[in-house]
Ligand binder design. Structure first.
Ligand SMILES: Cc1ncc(COP(=O)(O)O)c(C=O)c1O
Length: 372
């Protein structure tokens, strides 16, 4: 079946008690045991498993073409659960422009764990290859990357990693399973912040880890969640599953609008550079065209001038909302460097845009006014 159909049906079943088509929200934290001590319906306690969580996990595993999924209370909780599975002395390779808060997790939260980390340009395969070590156990990828929209060649990295003991994980938040399926390129696991496009309405925080095959890091992530408790609430799972029903159509709209906006910005005299993989001039365009079926709704651009000038452009927007995060129906704009703090690698004149589902003419008019 096609992905539009699976987005609506995968993981769902008619409620056996009532016939409800839309699943009920199972708020119960505990589930009845049989006289013989068994749990005949498969649930005992909601930290360990819940019907709404199970439906969402089944749906996301299906959409991503994976074997199994674990949904978490945030995208970072999913990433943290993976890193918790590593041993002192293990080596991680991660993109130099990895989502900034993950750098804080690796360097801060796990600072005393004795992990070795190399941040490299994963878009350059030769550079990436030289970073590999005998103790490399985790290769973390993010494509398209946040906020520069850099594209990593998943097939090339997957092929190198297959010859080693390292497990590859791709943060595919910007692409979603609709536009990119890293497991098809021999990547071992996929991670998403479901807070973003997957839930799609800026009203829930969540994350997911999906695996292509059984592996020890996935099992350890399961244990870390089961006993550490980074679980999403039943209502969060329900909202996310509801959002997924329209995900394929939303991704089409986001991608169409973003391309139009990128084309407009590219020709604007007040703009120094536009970062959008859908533009033929983007350095990762050919790889993106091969491994993605659309270019998503995220773009960034650098204004001519400094941070103050970029902030002033954001301040003059009327329709774009000045807020962080992404993937909802409203278009958002943010001065990324000031969100990321003093150690940021993001250019000071860069604005990141989450292109929403408003009419593109209105979006272009708003940015034209802000840039004038
Ligand atoms: C690419 C990417 N990965 C992971 C995360 C973290 O997700 P969450 O905020 O759900 O913890 C974000 C959040 O912005 C993100 O943009």
């Amino acid at each position: 079946m096609k992905i539009e159909t699976r987005a609506i049906h995968a993981g769902r079943r008619i409620d056996p008690a009532t016939g409800a088509v839309t699943p009920p929200i199972h708020l119960s934290s505990t589930f009845e045991r049989n006289p013989d001590g068994e749990y005949p319906r498969g649930f005992s306690y909601s930290r360990e498993g819940n019907p709404n969580r199970e439906m969402l996990e089944e749906c996301l595993a299906d959409l991503e073409g994976g074997k199994e999924a674990l949904v978490f209370s945030s995208g970072l909780a999913a990433a943290t659960a993976v890193i918790q599975g590593l041993e002192p002395g293990d080596h991680i390779i991660a993109p130099e422009e990895v989502y900034w808060a993950l750098r804080n997790v690796i360097g801060g939260v796990f600072g005393k764990w004795g992990l070795e980390t190399t941040y490299v340009d994963t878009t350059c395969i030769d550079t990436f290859r030289t970073a590999m070590r005998p103790n490399t156990r985790l290769i973390w990828l993010e494509t398209p990357s946040n906020p520069l929209m850099r594209i990593t060649d998943l097939a090339a990295i997957g092929a190198i990693a297959r010859q080693t003991r390292a497990i590859t994980v791709c943060d595919s938040t910007f692409a979603t399973p609709i536009l990119q399926q890293p497991l098809d390129w021999q990547i071992d696991m996929v991670c998403h912040s479901t807070t973003k496009y997957i839930s799609g309405h800026s009203d829930v925080v969540g994350g997911v880890l999906i695996t292509r095959h059984d592996n020890y890091l996935f099992e350890r992530a399961r244990q870390a969640q089961k006993y550490g408790g980074a679980v999403p609430s039943p209502f969060d799972c329900w909202l996310t599953l509801r959002g997924i029903e329209t995900l394929p159509y939303r991704m089409r709209g986001h991608s169409e609008n973003a391309l139009l906006l990128a084309q407009f910005l590219q020709g604007h005299p007040a703009v120094e550079a536009v970062h959008y993989p859908g533009l033929p001039g983007h350095p990762g365009h050919n790889i993106a065209a091969r491994q993605m079926s659309g270019f998503s709704g995220m773009l960034s651009f650098q204004v001519k001038g400094d941070a103050k000038r970029a902030m002033a452009v954001a301040a003059r927007c009327g329709l774009f909302i000045r807020a962080t995060s992404l993937g909802g129906p409203h278009s958002l704009i943010e001065h990324r460097a000031s969100v990321e703090g003093p150690r940021t690698r993001t250019p000071q004149n860069l604005l990141r845009v989450s292109v929403g589902l408003e009419h593109p003419d209105d979006l272009i008019e708003d940015l034209a006014r802000a840039l004038s």
